[in-house]
Design a protein around this ligand. Sequence first.
Ligand code: MLT
Length: 237
Amino acid sequence: MKYTVYPVHTMLRESQDIPSVAVVIDTLRMTSVAATALQNGCERLRAVGTVEEARELAAAFDALLGGERGALKIPGFDLSNTPQEYRPEAVAGRKLVMTTSNGTQAIESACRAEKLYLGCLRNAGAVAECLRGEAEVALVLAGTGGRFSLEDALTAGAIMDRLGPGEMDDMAMAAWTLYRQNRGDLHSLLSQCRHYQKLVRLGLEEDVAFCLQEDVCGSVPMRCADNWFVDVRRELK
Ligand code: MLT
């Protein structure tokens, strides 16, 4: 397997690269929300860049609206970016349209990829299973405000760890090494990081704890031809 890690999604957006397989990672919290929603029975979800676009799509498809700006719920939206809100009672059988500050922007940056998945620590093992047999993968880190975020790199490291060693660019090597050095206690390292600290300041420690659990979710959001994401397990049935 050949691994390429884009430390911030804008690098992919600005390049000519067209990955055959890409995984977008926004561990805190958008891709954790997406995996949780699909695991809990959300029928399909769409990720868009702007609040206006989200409102229009949700109205057209009778979908729930979820996401955040400044990590807080958007006025008039049904759900915030707290993954624990995406319970079966809230999302089962419903379509969901999301817009967030970084995660959904990163998905737009990776839209040229032929196959596109969403990864987080919660579904790291399940993502690795989807990737097994592929020749190469681009791991696209959402970051925060156009800057690198360590939690996304650790998640890339976790996915590579589940898959096993391969040909790595330097960023992939850094992510993999850092994950292996800190596995078992990601909180200690991440508690010094910007987005973790911001969420804790906002009283969202439970979100952080939820998002840093590893391999507890078997659902992997996979983009379909119509740009909606579905659980890969549903598509494989
Ligand atoms: C994002 O997409 O920017 C994040 O998920 C931010 C957040 O934690 O709400």
